[in-house]
Design a binder for this molecule. Structure first.
Ligand SMILES: [Zn+2]
Length: 76
């Protein structure tokens, strides 16, 4: 199953959050919504939900990075 990710660093935030959330689309959405409200202090609005959906990326980017690191000998 393909997972989705949300990286808080993609968006400027006042608390300097660097969290990366990954999982199924539903999981990522639910956790991110709660996280945005509780940690980032956002209000639960339709606009916020739309923004979270727009933030989601396919996990493939991470795997590509791991491959790159393997070549450099950073990870085994
Ligand atoms: Zn965050």
């Amino acid at each position: 199953m393909k997972r989705k990710i949300i990286d808080c660093r993609d968006f400027p935030n006042e608390i300097g959050c660097t969290l990366l959330i990954s999982g199924s689309q539903k999981e990522v959405f639910n956790i991110s919504l709660r996280h945005a409200i509780e940690e980032h202090g956002h209000k639960d609005t339709a606009e916020l939900r739309k923004q979270i959906k727009a933030m989601m990326k396919k996990e493939i980017n991470i795997k590509q990075n791991i491959k790159k690191n393997k070549k450099k000998g950073i990870t085994k």
